[in-house]
Design a protein around this ligand. Structure first.
Ligand code: PMP
Ligand code: GLN
Length: 385
């Protein structure tokens, strides 16, 4: 490898800047309403902010333990047991991470070695592929089946080889809003039975499901939990994406290896916020009401764009909604998203960056975790085109 910049051999030659960063910058540059990157435009609850201040003022400002503050790990363990009926030992099976991002990176790095294959469903959240590739693994892509963006288990079965090391699932799913059901979990159990395949379950939207959908945490499956990393994020649940605190629940033998990497990525995570979450997580109502809170926003936005020329099928979960613009424009989704941002004044996310290959599905993603007046103003603009 040459040390001169021009001949530097990238480990990730095909990876550019994340589409979320690009579109938020474009939204700011063009003063567009930002429905692109997924984050709420409202604050975390007052009580939670007060708790963080309290723990800063009362001197909880130095390094937390590498694996996370004990009381927070204990309360996460209690919460998982209450919601999903499974027990994770807080000392050996739960680790607090710098958001789900670090947890996903660390989990993938923990298991993937050069030559390993990793099943990734497309469209896929942007982090999975580069992390697999940086670990020397080979992504094996399986398209989600339309309509509904569901998993074709027959195709999964046909894609398994003796090099398959990991299957990454994400439910509720970013960017499509689809949700795995009980039948999917049983299929996954069957296909991985007696195989040395690990599961990485990205469950950051575990509290944002609509209509009659229920979250099927992989922790509920005794068979899968034995070989799974369950990842979640407080950022989504408490409207605090900027605080970057999440966690990984995994059996002790996996957690032991996970922590070997975690300690050299971040060592430990933001102390006062961990103490604040340890208190606030006791407030059961907050996360139990989140479904209703976001369902109202989803329905509000959908009702506001009813007269537009976009087509949609309501998301089953997450705070994202896909919009089909095939009846409006022949532009590809990147160009159409640029047009919406620069000329219509609404920034959105194109779907193609969530795919490895060329894709022209005429779909864009909007984030409805926004104040009603912002959603209404964006919808008004979208109805005019
Ligand atoms: N996974 C998915 C599916 C996400 O949508 C996000 C963030 N939007 C993350 C992981 C990362 O979460 P965090 O912000 O806690 O790092
Ligand atoms: N996950 C968020 C989204 O889907 C963005 C997080 C990020 O910018 N990395 O928009």
């Amino acid at each position: 490898m040459k040390t001169s910049g021009t001949e530097f051999q990238s480990k990730l030659p095909d990876i550019g800047t994340s589409i979320f960063a690009i579109m938020t910058k474009m939204a700011n540059d063009y003063k567009a309403i930002n429905l692109s990157q997924g984050f709420p435009d409202f604050d975390p609850p007052e009580e939670l902010k007060k708790l963080v201040n309290h723990f800063i003022e009362s001197g909880h400002n130095q390094y937390a333990p590498m694996q996370g503050v004990k009381i927070l790990r204990e309360r996460i363990s209690d919460k998982i047991r209450k919601l999903y009926g499974s027990y994770y030992n807080p000392n050996h099976e739960i680790t607090i991470t710098a958001g789900a991002t670090e947890a996903l990176y660390t989990a993938i790095t923990t298991v993937v070695k050069p030559g390993d294959e990793v099943i990734i469903f497309e469209p896929a959240y942007d982090l999975y592929t580069p992390t697999v590739v940086a670990s020397g693994g080979t992504p094996v892509y399986i398209p989600l089946k339309e309509p509904g963006f569901t998993i074709d288990w027959e195709m999964v079965n046909n894609s398994l080889t003796n090099r398959t090391k990991l299957i990454i699932i994400n439910s509720p799913h970013n960017p499509t809003g689809s949700v795995l059901n009980r039948t999917d979990i049983i299929k996954l159990e069957e296909l991985t039975a007696d195989k040395d395949i690990f599961i990485l379950s990205d469950e950051v939207y575990e509290h944002i499901l609509f209509d009659n959908n229920r979250h099927e945490s992989i922790s509920k499956s005794i068979k899968l939990a034995k070989k799974a990393f369950i990842i979640s994020s407080f950022g989504k649940t408490y409207h605090a994406t900027g605080w970057k605190v999440g966690y990984c629940a995994a059996p002790a033998y996996l957690t032991k290896e996970f922590r070997k990497i975690h300690q050299f990525v971040v060592f430990a995570v933001n102390t006062p916020v961990q103490y604040a979450y340890a208190e606030y997580i006791l407030n059961y109502e907050h996360y139990m009401e989140l479904n209703k809170f976001y369902q109202r926003k989803r329905d509000f936005f959908i009702s506001m764009i009813k007269t537009s020329r976009f087509n949609l099928s309501p998301a089953n979960g997450t705070y994202f909604q896909l919009l089909d613009y095939s009846g409006i424009s022949a532009l590809n989704d990147i160009k159409f998203s640029e047009y919406l941002t620069k000329e219509v004044g609404v920034a959105v996310i194109p779907l193609s960056p969530f795919y490895s290959g060329i894709n022209d599905r005429k779909l864009i993603r909007i984030c409805f975790a926004k104040k009603d007046e912002v959603l209404a103003a964006a919808a008004e603009k979208l109805c005019k085109i």
